[in-house]
Unconditional design. Structure first.
Length: 381
């Protein structure tokens, strides 16, 4: 008989199932702010995004040099010209209340203020202040020959809206009213004065009662003149001198900005404001439509700028409206869509050569912040 060999039923080893590694949440936005930080040579960068009722954030680097401090939604930052959208919103509320007429002359509200050096308030409208087609000279550009010294070294006294406006009005206009576009902070100082004249409140009080309180913005305020410090829980601002960063958070007099660039806010607050602005609670639909209608001024470098809002076309489809902001030590941008998405992006660094961007709508060096903004608005991962 032959030898019988039993092979048995030996179990074959089975391959272990490999679970796919989930992609990091919001990887596209993370990559975008990493690139933004690196391109600007900044200590750090952050983004806060709202999508309907949800909010998320990403962080890169640090919000304070020589420390490991991530950026978060509630960290306060000096946002510069993002203030202009808040100011425009208050003006448009007054328009809706029939206290201000967009097509009325500046002379109507500020008699005798815009006169001389080629300026005539009788020929400039409130609308032209809002969309930068007034031709009025920029108040910071009037100091541009030595803006670094002016902004950071010698600012040891407080200023008023009327004084800041007077710096721009001391120069001849760029062009006749309506004949072109030139970004000018003087326009928004004059709008601040109009707000005060019409409401009987200070500019800061008007923003607080009309926007901050109704929206519950816990981290948004106009700093007290003479006090450049920020309360606990903030982002430190730095000036890039090439080889070193200099922390200038507490070095610049806050009243140099006021209604054109003086607000402090946070990513959580800024996104809540822009989301609400696009959704309707801040200004009525008719006034919002005025705000987002492009100016299309002759020869404009910003043809999509409306009334305190600029348009951003999204690569994922659709549009958003918002604003850039620059303050010594900080660069920001924020915008929102009509379907409930809003984003805020910040970098805690400004090059000394980029201070000139404060006297215009320039975006500073490095990757344009709008690239990061639209990436965040399109990131629904």
């Amino acid at each position: 008989m032959g030898l019988a060999v039993s092979l048995g039923a030996t179990a074959m080893p089975t391959a272990t199932a490999v679970e796919p590694v989930p992609a990091a949440p919001h990887a596209a936005t993370q990559a975008a702010i990493d690139t933004l930080k690196t391109s600007h040579g900044a200590p750090g960068s952050g983004a806060v995004v709202r999508d309907g009722g949800a909010m998320w954030s990403v962080t890169s680097g640090t919000r304070a040099i020589n420390q490991n401090l991530p950026f978060g939604p509630d960290h306060k930052v000096k946002v510069g010209s993002l203030t202009k959208t808040f100011t425009a919103a208050v003006v448009m509320q007054l328009v809706a209340e029939q206290q201000v007429d967009l097509n009325a002359s500046v002379e109507t509200y500020l008699p005798g203020v815009v006169q001389g050096n080629g300026c005539d308030g009788n020929t400039i409208t409130v609308r032209q202040l809002l969309n930068h087609t007034s031709g009025i000279f920029d108040y910071l550009e009037s100091k541009q020959a030595n803006l670094w010294d002016f902004m950071v070294v010698q600012q040891n006294r407080t200023h008023t809206l009327a004084e800041l406006a007077s710096w721009g009005l001391s120069k001849p206009p760029y062009f006749a009213p309506g004949a072109g576009y030139h970004y000018s902070g003087t326009n928004y100082m004059l709008l601040g004065v109009i707000i005060e004249k019409v409401t009987g409140a200070t500019y800061g009080q008007a923003v607080h009662s009309r926007i901050v309180t109704p929206l519950g913005l816990a981290n948004t305020y106009l700093p007290t003149p003479g006090d450049p410090t920020l309360p606990p829980g903030h982002v430190r601002g730095n000036l890039d001198l090439g080889l070193v960063w200099v922390d200038i958070t507490d070095r610049v007099e806050p009243s140099i900005g006021l209604s054109g660039g003086g607000l402090v806010t946070s990513g959580a607050d800024a996104t809540r404001f822009f989301q609400a602005l696009m959704a309707g609670p801040v200004v009525p639909p008719a006034q919002l439509e005025e705000m987002i209608t492009p100016t299309n001024a002759p020869g404009s470098t910003a043809p999509d700028y409306g009334l305190g809002l600029d348009k951003f076309t999204l690569p994922c489809g659709g549009e958003a409206w918002g604003h850039y902001g620059i303050w010594p030590g900080y660069q920001t941008i924020a915008a929102a869509t009509k379907d409930g998405r809003a984003a805020f992006v910040e970098v805690n660094d400004l090059g000394v050569n980029d201070l000139d961007a404060m006297a215009g709508s320039g975006s500073g060096g490095g990757v344009n912040r709008s690239v990061t903004l639209v990436a965040a608005l399109c990131d629904r991962s």
